[in-house]
Design a protein around this ligand. Structure first.
Ligand code: NCD
Length: 306
C-alpha cells in the first residue's frame, strides 16, 4: 500500500489491490483449517466511529481478533470525554498512544485524513463524508473477483444515491481502475452524481453514461451495485420526501437480466432492494458482507506488517 494510511480508494493502485486480493484468498484458505491466525499477535486496533455502523466496525473488530490481535473501541459520545468537550484532535492523540492502528468513521469528509496527520499510527478510513469508503470498495471488488475471476472489462451499473453515497462513489472509482466496458450511473435526477465524480472518471478515461431508469440497461449488466438513499445526509428533509421510494430492484425487473448478473449492495438496505431477490442466484450481497472479515484481515496485516 502507498504509505501506511488508507484514506481513499483513489490512492491505491490496481497492483496493490490485486496483491491484497491474493492475500485475502490465502487467508480464506487458512481459515478453512484454523479458527484464528496469529499474524498480528500483540497488536491493538482502535475503532473510533463517530457515525452509526454495524458491518464496518464489527468486521474490523472480528478481523483483528481472528489475526490474533485485540481492539479498543471509543465509547459513544455520552460515555466518552467528548461529552466533557474534548476536541477531535485530542481524542485521536489518545487513541494513537494506546493503539497500533486507528479505524475511523466520521460524518465529515476529510476527517480521516486529518486524523492521519495527527496520528503516528496508521489510520484507516472506515467511511467519512460522502466520497470515501475505501475498505468497502476493496470488499466489493474482491467479491466480484472471487465470483467472476476477473475485474477487467465488465459492464457495471451503479444504482441509487450517487450524490451523497460514499459506498457508491468509492466503488465506482475503484472499479474504474479495471477498465470497465461501461459504467451506467443510474439514479433519479435529484440524486445524480455531481461534477467532481464525473471529472474523476473522465481523468481515468472511464466510459460511463448517466441513466435515470434501471430498466433501460438491466439487460446489459454483469454487475449491479445497489445503494440506499442516504436520508441522513439531506440538508432538507422535504428533498428526501420527494425522492424516497423512487427506485426498487425486484423480481419483475430482473426478468430482463442476464443470467450471469451479480447484485451487490454495501448494506444496510431500506426499500430499494426487494427481499424476494435474496433467494435468486443474482444476490451476492451477503457473501459481500461476509468477505468484510477476510479482506480486512489481509488489509490489517499489510498496514501493520508491510
Ligand atoms: C455504507 C456507509 O456507511 O457508507 N455502509 C457500510 O459501510 N456498508 C453504506 C450506507 O450506509 O448506505
Amino acid at each position: 500500500m502507498e504509505g501506511p494510511d488508507i484514506i481513499s480508494i483513489t490512492e491505491i493502485s490496481k497492483d496493490e489491490l490485486k496483491n491484497l486480493f491474493n492475500d485475502t484468498k490465502k487467508i480464506k484458505e487458512e481459515l478453512r483449517h484454523e479458527r484464528a491466525l496469529n499474524y498480528l499477535e500483540g497488536y491493538v486496533m482502535a475503532t473510533a466511529f463517530f457515525e452509526p455502523s454495524t458491518r464496518t466496525k464489527l468486521s474490523f473488530q472480528v478481523a483483528m481478533l481472528k489475526m490474533g490481535g485485540s481492539f479498543i473501541d471509543l465509547p459513544p459520545y455520552e460515555a466518552s470525554s467528548r461529552a466533557k468537550g474534548e476536541n477531535f484532535a485530542d481524542t485521536i492523540r489518545m487513541l494513537d498512544s494506546y493503539a497500533d492502528v486507528i479505524v475511523i468513521r466520521h460524518r465529515l469528509e476529510g476527517a480521516a485524513r486529518f486524523a492521519a496527520e495527527i496520528a503516528e499510527s496508521p489510520v484507516i478510513n472506515g467511511g467519512d463524508g460522502t466520497r470515501d469508503h475505501p475498505t468497502q470498495a476493496m470488499i466489493d471488488l474482491y467479491t466480484i473477483f472471487e465470483e467472476k475471476t476477473k475485474l477487467e472489462g465488465l459492464s457495471v451499473g451503479v444504482l441509487g444515491d450517487l450524490k451523497y453515497g460514499r459506498a457508491a462513489k468509492s466503488f465506482t472509482l475503484g472499479i474504474s481502475k479495471f477498465e470497465p466496458r461501461i459504467i451506467y450511473l443510474i439514479s433519479p435526477p435529484q440524486l445524480a452524481p455531481l461534477d467532481d465524480l464525473k471529472e474523476e472518471l473522465d481523468k481515468m478515461n472511464t466510459d460511463y453514461e448517466e441513466v435515470s431508469d434501471l430498466r433501460d440497461v438491466i439487460g446489459e449488466l454483469e454487475v449491479l451495485y445497489v445503494t440506499r438513499i442516504q436520508k441522513e445526509r439531506f440538508p432538507d428533509p422535504l428533498e428526501y420526501e420527494r425522492v424516497k421510494g423512487s427506485y426498487r430492484v425486484d423480481l419483475d425487473l430482473l426478468s430482463e437480466a442476464k443470467d450471469d448478473l451479480m447484485i451487490l449492495h454495501p448494506l444496510p438496505r431500506v426499500d430499494e432492494l426487494s427481499l424476494e431477490v435474496d433467494n435468486t442466484h443474482y444476490a451476492k450481497y451477503f457473501t459481500q458482507a461476509s468477505n468484510g472479515v477476510p479482506v480486512r484481515m489481509a488489509l490489517l496485516k499489510r498496514v501493520l506488517k508491510g
